[in-house]
Ligand binder design. Structure first.
Ligand SMILES: C[S@@+](CC[C@H](N)C(=O)[O-])C[C@H]1O[C@@H](n2cnc3c(N)ncnc32)[C@H](O)[C@@H]1O
Length: 368
């Protein structure tokens, strides 16, 4: 591979095409896909799998150069990794990366993932497609062993966040929400669509970690077995109202003309106990991992509604207090936190009228 270079991510060396993406959703530039910015995403997989404390069979079903697969095999003890990609062009990279890191717990596989998962099942299945994962979710579920883990990325942010609503309706059969809740909404539509696929197999889910970063959504799901778990999961799907004029927000377990957005996953995004076991030490993007872990740990992730300081300031027509000070004030009346999704947004369990009253009280304008 004359146009390949070696980079280091975490403690792993990875051969990648010299011409590759360094940001954004990325596109194939050097024959095989590689995006440097996704180092953070791969770091999270390594931290996540270490935190399970389990010996796992892993399928990185759309591995391209094998970057995530070899990092997992090299950096997570006790893993047996299948580095799979449909593209024959990817194979020399995957094989070179296995050899370069002396891995005897990683094998290259050149299959259509639908065929792979029709024949083999794994404890952890990773989907990282170009755009929407929807065409691959059923196969991933089939390829996920009992009580296994699904890790799924979606880079079709525009449909999920409501910028292309017809596409979201077609792919996810959900009505997306716009405005300040669009990314929280997009993440919850992705999770809802995974839940609805799992339900068809009498399987349920417990999200362990779900987030929005850069240009993509990502969720790690613990699959649960049985009709009872599936029914419980379905009970956590629902619809939403978000009135951008009045800022009123509410949820409903049924569609009605005032709850026309959704369906969404309305349960928690993370499992706090699980996240507390994730350790960022030695990761390629250690600083960023530490920052996100702190945000996730402190996030009121079971609250669905996101408020934004700009939204409140243009509605109330008073300047905002500093967000950290405002969150402190909210916390003295109820619960509130930052959200990992946007640095000017917050979540709270307080009703809108209290949020507005406290916003006014905290505004520097009311102290003049
Ligand atoms: C976004 S890239 C994956 C990037 C990679 N996970 C990384 O971290 O660098 C998507 C990959 O999916 C592969 N792919 C697309 N359809 C597939 C299928 N049906 N089965 C297996 N691989 C597939 C493509 O060849 C491409 O390499």
């Amino acid at each position: 591979m004359p146009d390949a270079i070696v980079i280091r991510e975490g403690s792993t060396e990875i051969l990648v095409p010299e011409l590759h993406s360094s940001g954004g959703p990325g596109k194939i530039q050097g024959g095989v896909f590689f995006n440097e910015q996704m180092a953070f995403n791969r770091d999270i997989s390594v931290m996540f799998l270490r935190a399970t404390g389990r010996e796992l069979t892993v399928a990185d079903a759309m591995t391209a150069t094998g970057s995530r697969a070899v990092r997992i095999a090299n950096e997570v003890p006790g893993t047996q990794v299948t580095a799979n990609d449909i593209s024959p062009d990817a194979m020399p990279y995957i094989e070179a990366n296995i050899a370069r890191n002396n891995l005897d717990n990683c094998r290259a596989s050149n299959r259509n993932l639908h065929a792979l998962f029709a024949e083999e099942a794994f404890d952890y299945v990773d989907l990282d497609p170009f755009g929407s994962p929807v065409p691959f979710i059923q196969s991933a579920i089939l390829g996920c062993k009992k009580k296994g883990i699904l890790a799924i990325t979606a880079t079709d942010t525009a449909p999920l966040a409501g910028a292309h609503a017809p596409k979201c309706r077609r792919r996810y059969q959900s009505e997306p929400v716009r405005g300040y809740m669009c990314h929280e909404g997009g993440l919850r539509i992705l999770m809802c669509s995974i839940a609805r696929e799992l339900a068809k197999f009498d399987r349920g889910m417990k999200p362990l970690l779900s987030f929005y970063a850069d240009h993509y959504f990502r969720t790690y799901i613990q699959v649960e077995e049985g009709a009872e778990k599936a029914d419980k999961m379905m009970g956590q799907l629902g619809y939403m109202e978000y009135n951008m004029e009045t800022l009123e927000r509410s949820t409903s377990d049924k569609y009605d003309p005032t709850h026309k957005y959704g369906p969404f996953w309305l349960g928690p995004l993370h499992d706090q106990e699980f996240i507390s076991k994730m350790n960022p030490e030695g990761m390629a993007a250690e600083k960023r991992c530490t920052k996100y872990l702190n945000l996730w740990k402190n996030e009121l992730d079971s609250e669905v509604f996101v408020y934004d300081m700009s939204e409140l300031s243009s509605h109330i027509k008073m300047s905002p207090a500093k967000l950290v000070d405002f969150i402190d004030l909210l916390n003295s009346h109820g619960k509130a936190s930052m959200t990992h999704i946007c640095p000017t947004s917050f979540k709270t369990d307080l009703p809108l009228k209290d949020v507005i009253e406290l916003y006014k009280e905290a505004s520097p304008d009311s102290k003049r």
